[in-house]
Design a protein around this ligand. Structure first.
Ligand SMILES: C[S@@+](CC[C@H](N)C(=O)[O-])C[C@H]1O[C@@H](n2cnc3c(N)ncnc32)[C@H](O)[C@@H]1O
Ligand SMILES: [Zn+2]
Length: 344
């Protein structure tokens, strides 16, 4: 975590004019925010946050996620010009081929459903869901916000920490936080966890459930801890990260169930099929890999449900349903900057 003034975002090229139905609250005390010329003021706790008329709100000016590709100017530019394009395609494919069909299956109708992508990255999913009629919002704390200048919905995007979100309780019908929870409770953008990593993930889970309506859903996903070859987090290695199946960085379905149990406020957890989740955007451009992709899709489609959340599955996708039970307070957990619990 560090102070960042570099993470400023250019004015967006266009903006959608669909009115937002959810209004930001103070992420520290959940008090009402007064919108002033360039800031949001909280009259309850005195905090203030920057915004710009055509520009995203910033609720986490003092913190950031130190993405590995920010290490020097050349890497940063290369990532934003090249890698980000592939990642946008991935986010769009995921939203179109997996999230939208799931929303339909859950009978969450576009005009009546508020959706949040927490850890939305480049926010292409937020934009696509908005275009499909959902009241859609996105937050992220890392440098992918630099890519938000390409989004058409700036008033729906905020720099915010998902452990301390600027939203009222129980305001979203569906929250997705994909490939993000493993990055909570780690040192910068590495795979090394902090001593309080579990408490930080508990805080994240509580926060995600806090903004989810009773009966609403939370969709989480990630690479499986139990498969020792990780091709998704290779910032510290060359091709593949080989790790112990008992490591603390990656999670699996059981870890999510334990987080839910310790958090409370959960009605059910259900592992979902992998088919449709990956649109293989990068591999589609590879002449050797392209013909094999239908086969991989078919193989994913053949996996029996017993495999979805099991230790042999390379990836887990979990649908959590929020119950109407109240959530415990965060007083016994360390704060997001690692300082000890307020009650101690
Ligand atoms: C691997 S990316 C996933 C992006 C997107 N959800 C996807 O599946 O392509 C993880 C994202 O989590 C964000 N992130 C990490 N810690 C966060 C936090 N505490 N609050 C909000 N976002 C966070 C990072 O900045 C990054 O954009
Ligand atoms: Zn406040």
């Amino acid at each position: 975590m560090k102070n960042t003034n570099e993470t400023t975002v250019n004015n967006p090229i266009a903006s959608d004019d669909k009115p937002t139905r959810i209004h930001y609250v103070c992420p520290h005390c959940l008090g009402r925010l007064e919108r002033e010329a360039a800031t949001y003021m909280c009259h309850t706790c005195g905090s203030h946050f920057n915004h710009h008329d055509d520009y995203v709100a910033d609720f986490a000016a003092a913190v950031t996620f130190d993405d590995w590709w920010m290490k020097d100017e050349q890497t940063r530019q290369h990532w934003l010009d090249k890698e980000a394009v592939g990642e946008e395609e991935y986010e769009i494919g995921l939203a179109r081929n997996y999230v939208l069909p799931l929303l339909r299956k859950l009978k969450l109708q576009p005009d009546q459903t508020a959706v949040l992508s927490a850890g939305c990255g480049l926010a292409s999913d937020t934009e696509l869901l908005l275009e499909q009629g959902y009241d859609s919002y996105g937050i992220d704390i890392g440098n992918r916000v630099l890519g938000w200048s390409r989004r058409k919905c700036p008033q729906r995007l905020a720099r915010a920490d998902l452990r301390e979100m600027p939203f009222p309780d129980a305001c979203f019908d569906f929250v997705l936080s994909l490939n993000t929870i493993e990055h909570i409770g780690v040192v910068g953008d590495t795979t090394r966890v902090t001593p309080d990593y579990w408490e930080q993930r508990l805080r994240a889970m509580r926060s995600l459930l806090r903004v989810t309506k009773p009966g609403g859903y939370l969709l989480l996903s990630g690479l499986s801890r139990t498969i020792p070859f990780d091709v998704g987090h290779i910032q510290e290695v060359r091709w593949v990260r080989i790790h112990s199946p008992w490591e603390k960085f990656l999670l699996n379905y059981n870890d999510i169930r334990r987080l839910c149990r310790e958090t409370g406020g959960v009605q059910s957890t259900r592992p979902l099929p992998l088919r449709g989740f990956f649109s293989w955007t990068r591999l589609r451009h590879n002449a050797f890999a392209r013909p094999l992709l239908p086969l991989v899709d078919w193989l994913f489609g053949c996996l029996p449900p017993a495999v979805y959340g099991s230790w042999i599955s390379p990836f887990w996708i979990v649908l959590v349903q929020r119950s109407d039970k109240p959530l415990p307070s965060n007083d016994a957990l360390p704060s997001i900057d690692g300082s000890p619990p307020s009650s101690s």
